[in-house]
Write a protein that binds this ligand. Structure first.
Ligand SMILES: Cc1cc2nc3c(=O)[nH]c(=O)nc-3n(C[C@H](O)[C@H](O)[C@H](O)COP(=O)(O)OP(=O)(O)OC[C@H]3O[C@@H](n4cnc5c(N)ncnc54)[C@H](O)[C@@H]3O)c2cc1C
Length: 283
């Protein structure tokens, strides 16, 4: 199908993008890799009057170190994240989860920032951002602000990025001394997760000192599995203790039922995949 008519602008700085959004009004939309937005336009589920394409803004691309954090530009593609040496060294969980996103073509166009701003509960990277305590940097008419990942995902397809604002970068803490794993279950024909689990663990003397666990598609927003994290803290790094902790994976979750899976099946998957992800993270 052919999208409804829209005007198109391609600014070269963040300030120009914010000004273009302000000038265009509430029916304007930001275009990143287009991998989620263009299908919506073609189906006419979205009909913005103006598209502000961020593709010409060099400062939104790339990965750099800043002290204890990596700063990843919002327009950095999945493919770049996947092959970046800094991500491999300091945030291997992000690289591993990104490798499971879609296929090669989508990963070459789709962006890290677009995936988070879109806030689809079936997307893999929001749960990783939540588990890693990432911080999102946003620019808008009122200036620049930061939002922790725990507050960024507001509801189904709704993030903290307001009308007229642009997500500019994602600040990901380095997890030196931690090990990690992203485990997901998906239909063979599609990479979209029925459920996914992002796990990071820090060992100390044969026990689990700390754990971080994020869940994909167990509600309208990515979830931190705090019940699992509490049960893992101080537990022995062995299968029985991990299985007992994984039983808490559905605490506070609100999985939906759809054509792909019932809520009960998602709950079952969350426990099984949490156990697998934590055991894999423990090596
Ligand atoms: C066939 C297919 C399979 C896929 N499979 C998976 C999968 O298995 N796992 C997965 O996680 N994802 C999957 N995706 C989604 C993919 O990861 C997309 O890249 C991602 O959802 C959106 O990124 P984008 O850069 O293309 O954003 P766009 O489509 O350009 O934008 C998406 C939304 O975010 C907004 N937006 C984007 N960037 C910004 C910004 N910087 N500031 C403010 N708002 C912004 C846009 O206005 C729009 O509303 C799949 C997509 C396709 C087409």
């Amino acid at each position: 199908m052919i999208p409804a008519a829209f005007d198109y602008t391609r600014p070269s700085t963040v300030d120009e993008a914010v000004a273009a959004l302000a000038a265009a009004g509430e029916d304007a939309k930001v275009l990143a890799g287009g991998q989620s937005l263009l299908p919506l336009l073609r189906l006419r589920l979205a009909a913005p009057t103006v598209l502000v394409d961020l593709g010409g803004i060099a400062e939104l691309r790339g990965v750099r170190e800043d002290g204890d954090d990596l700063v990843i530009g919002a327009m950095t593609t999945h493919a770049t994240v996947l092959h970046d040496p800094l991500v491999a060294e300091h945030a291997p969980l992000l690289a591993q989860a990104t490798a499971t996103v879609a296929d090669r073509q989508v990963r070459h166009l789709g962006t890290f920032g677009g995936s988070l701003a879109h806030a689809d509960p079936a997307s893999d990277l929001p749960a990783v951002a939540v588990a890693m305590d990432a911080v999102l940097e946003i620019a808008g008419p009122g200036g620049r602000r930061t939002v922790p990942a725990s507050e960024f995902f507001v509801d189904y397809l709704t993030s903290a990025v307001g009308a007229g604002e642009v997500l500019t970068a994602v600040r990901v803490p380095k997890y030196g001394g931690w090990t990690s794993h992203y485990e997901k279950f998906n239909r063979t024909a599609q990479a979209w997760a029925l459920v996914g689990v992002a796990a990071l663990v820090r060992r100390s003397n044969g026990s689990i000192a700390e754990a971080r666990v994020g869940l994909t598609n167990m509600g309208p927003r990515p979830l931190r599995a705090s019940g699992v994290e509490s049960a893992l803290a101080g537990a022995a790094a062995e299968r029985g203790a991990v299985a007992a902790a994984a039983a808490h994976a559905t605490d506070g979750a609100e999985p939906s039922s759809d054509l792909n899976a019932s809520a009960e099946y998602r709950s079952h998957l969350a426990k099984v995949l949490t156990e697998r992800a934590v055991l894999a993270a423990l090596g």
